[in-house]
Design a protein around this ligand. Sequence first.
Ligand code: GLU
Length: 494
Amino acid sequence: MTMTRNDDIRVRYAPSPTGKQHIGGARTALFNWAYARRHGGKFLLRIEDTDEGRSTREYETAILEGLAWLGLDWDEGPDIGGPHGPYRQSERYARYTEMAQLLEAKGAAYRCFCTTERLDQLREAQEKNKEKPAYDGKCRDLQPAERATRLAAGEPAVLRFKVPAGATSFTDLIRGEVVFQNKEVDDWVMVRADGTPIYNFAVVCDDVDMRITHVLRGEEHLTNTPKQILLYQALGLAFPTFGHLPLMLGTDGKKLSKRTGDTALQDYRDKGYPKKAIVNFLCLQGWALDGKTEVFGIDELVRNFDPTQVSKAGAVFDLDKFRWLAGEYLRKEPLEELFEHCAPYLVASGRVGREELVTRRAWLLQALALEKDRLHIYSELPERLTWAFAEDRAVVYSEAALINVRKQTDWKGTLSAYLEWLRPKLSDRVAKDALRDATKAWVAERKLKMPALFQPLRCALTGEAGGPDLFDSIELIGAERALVRLETALVRMA
Ligand code: GLU
C-alpha cells in the first residue's frame, strides 16, 4: 500500500475532564492519532472543560498521562501549546463571544427570552400530545426593537441557532451518505444566559480555529453533526470530513457499562493488562488489520489504519477475548520485565514484603517462571502462587483436588509408600529431572497408573487440581517444605 503524506491532515481528540479516561475515548484517541501519524498530519488534544462544575485539572492530567502511557503523542495540546491555542475551552471564552456576536449579526442566531417555566410547560404539552419536544420558535421573529428593549432591561436571554429549512447531508467516512431533515433539528441553544457556550457551538469554533480537517469520534455524536454542519454553513465555511466510530457494546449488546466490564482505561491498567494488549484490543474495536491477524502492534495500526475500513456495526467489547490477548502479550515479555510488572501486585497482596522483592528475587523469578504460561494479567500472579506461599502444614485443599484424590484406590497407602521412598532421596538441592524419571519408574514398578500417585501428590503439595509440573513445584518450595506437606497430607487430606 502506498503511503500518502498529507501534512494538511489535522485531527483532534477532545476529552471532557469530568471523569476518568473512558476506554471508548481511548480508542477514539488512538484512531485519530494513527490517522495523523500514517499521513504525516497533526494530532491535537483539546480539553473540553466548559462544564466547570464537573471538570478538574486532576482529571485532565490523568487523561493526558493515560494517553501518553498508551504510547500516543500529540503535536499541539494544553500541556505543550501550539499555534492555534489555547487548547482548553475554558480559556477560549472571548473567542466564543466573538463568534456568537458574528452569528447573531449575520442573522444566523437569535436571542431567546423564554423562561425555564415556559419551556417546561411547552415540553409537557408536547409530550402529552405525543409530539417530539422541540422549541416552538416563539422568539425567532421578535422585532429588533423589542429585543433591544428587553436586553437593555437586563432580561436574561440565551442565544439560539436559527435552523434553516431544508436538509443537511454529509458523507461519513464510515457510514457513507447521511441525511438529516432540518425540521428534526431544534433551534438549539448555543450560548447560555450566563454567557457560557454549549458544546456544539464551542466545538465548531475550536475546530475552525484549530484547522481541523477530519473529525473521527464516537457514534454518540452523530446527531450533533447536522447542528455543527449548519453552523459551518452559517459561517460560510467548508466543514471537515466526519467519521463516526461504532459504539463499543458490552457482551449484553448494550452500551458498554460497568455491568459487563470496566469502562475506564485506568481500570484495565490497574488490573495489570499489558499496555500493548490494551492497544491491540482497542484496535480491534471496529477495525481489523486484515480480517485474520488478531495480534498486532501499534506500528501495524499506523501503517494500515484507514477510517473507511472501520465497521458500522457496534463493536463488542469481549472481555474473554481481551484476557486472552493480554495473556498473549504477557507471555512474550522477558521474565525480568514481567517480574517488574507483577511485583507491585505481589507487594499489594501482602504476600511479599517490598524488601523481599530484592532479597528473594531469585526465588520469586523461579516462581513466576512456573506460572507464566497460565497468566493473563499481571495482577493474577499472587493468587496463582497461593500454593507456593502457603504455610506447609496448612495447605488449603480445593474441592476439585480432593475429588481427584478420592478417585484413587488406597491413595493413602500409595502416598505413604512414596514418601518413605522419597525421604532419603530428597536433599537440599532437588534434582528435579532425575526425580521425575525415578518417580515414574517407581509408579511403573508397582504397576500403578500415574494418577494413583500424581493426584494425591499434587493435592498434598499444592492443594490444587492443576498447575505447574510437580517436580518444578518441589524444586521451588524445596525438599524440606515438600516433605512437611506430604507428611501432613497423610493426616489432613482425608
Ligand atoms: N468532548 C466531547 C466528548 O467528550 C468530544 C466531542 C467531539 O469529538 O466532537 O465526547
